[in-house]
Design a protein around this ligand. Structure first.
Ligand SMILES: C[S@@+](CC[C@H](N)C(=O)[O-])C[C@H]1O[C@@H](n2cnc3c(N)ncnc32)[C@H](O)[C@@H]1O
Length: 237
């Protein structure tokens, strides 16, 4: 049996906080692109699903949203709670279980780099659909399926759990995640009722070139992450 998908984050603790805050993939690639895809949030209620240490949630609060975040890792939950204080609610919950929030609670949901940790993406999308208000929208970022395939080999079409080994200051930490073809991810979202209204293969922001020129050059030529917009269409077709 593989370790829980969040146990690596319990182990990483502050080291992941630093990555989330500063690493080129987070600060200069995923965060600016997902927050821009989410659009203005002033006055909106936003669910931050798989919120980690709360770096995105903190920005959403600054931008005028009412934020509820959750994560399965108690270490991440504690760090998000101390970062956000009483400006947001942070719960310890899993992506692959029913959420305790009533139907139609949120205007937006953000799920940044976390869906590939859910062992039941169909359930995750059904819950996002349920807790969103009609007309609401999810912005989701994940590892680009072609990158997982190129890194791991085997069949592009397989949906299977994979393990990466991250070099950290405390040694190697094993991180398990799910890899699946693009069609499987999109089909799960569509089956839950969503319309896909954005397919974005983001580029790094220009300022990455100064801080991480090699990563900038690489991400300018090949994808790292994928961003999808999922819309809970208001009214009947
Ligand atoms: C790459 S981090 C992203 C955190 C945050 N969204 C960010 O980008 O800074 C992935 C997060 O997913 C959480 N996670 C892993 N498995 C999970 C699960 N099954 N349910 C909920 N959260 C999970 C981890 O604890 C971690 O905080």
């Amino acid at each position: 049996v593989s370790a829980a998908t969040w146990s690596a984050y319990d182990e990483l603790g502050d080291e992941f906080v630093r990555r989330a805050e500063e690493s080129p993939y987070n600060a200069y690639y995923d965060r600016p692109n997902t927050l821009s895809a989410l659009g203005p949030v002033r006055g909106l209620s936003v669910l931050d699903a798989g919120c980690g240490p709360g770096v995105y949630a903190e920005q959403l609060v600054k931008d005028g949203a009412t934020v509820v975040g959750f994560d399965a890792s108690i270490e991440m939950v504690n760090r998000a709670r101390s970062r956000l204080g009483d400006t947001a609610t942070i719960d310890q919950l899993r992506l692959d279980e029913r959420l305790p929030y009533p139907a139609a609670s949120f205007d937006r949901a953000l799920c940044a780099l976390a869906i590939h940790y859910s062992s039941d993406r169909a359930m995750t999308f059904r819950e996002f659909f349920r807790v969103l208000k009609p007309g609401g929208r999810v912005i989701l970022s994940t590892q680009h399926p072609t990158v997982d395939w190129l890194r791991k080999g085997g069949s592009y079409f397989a949906s299977q759990q994979e393990t990466d080994s991250w070099a950290t200051e405390h040694g190697e930490v094993e991180v398990t995640f799910w890899r699946e073809p693009l069609s499987a991810l999109c089909t799960a979202a569509i089956a839950a009722g969503f319309f896909i209204d954005l397919v974005h293969e983001p580029l790094p922001v220009a300022s990455m070139e100064q801080v991480a020129p090699d990563t900038f050059a690489k991400l300018s030529q090949r994808p790292g992450f994928l961003i999808l917009g999922l819309w809970k269409r208001d009214g009947t077709v």
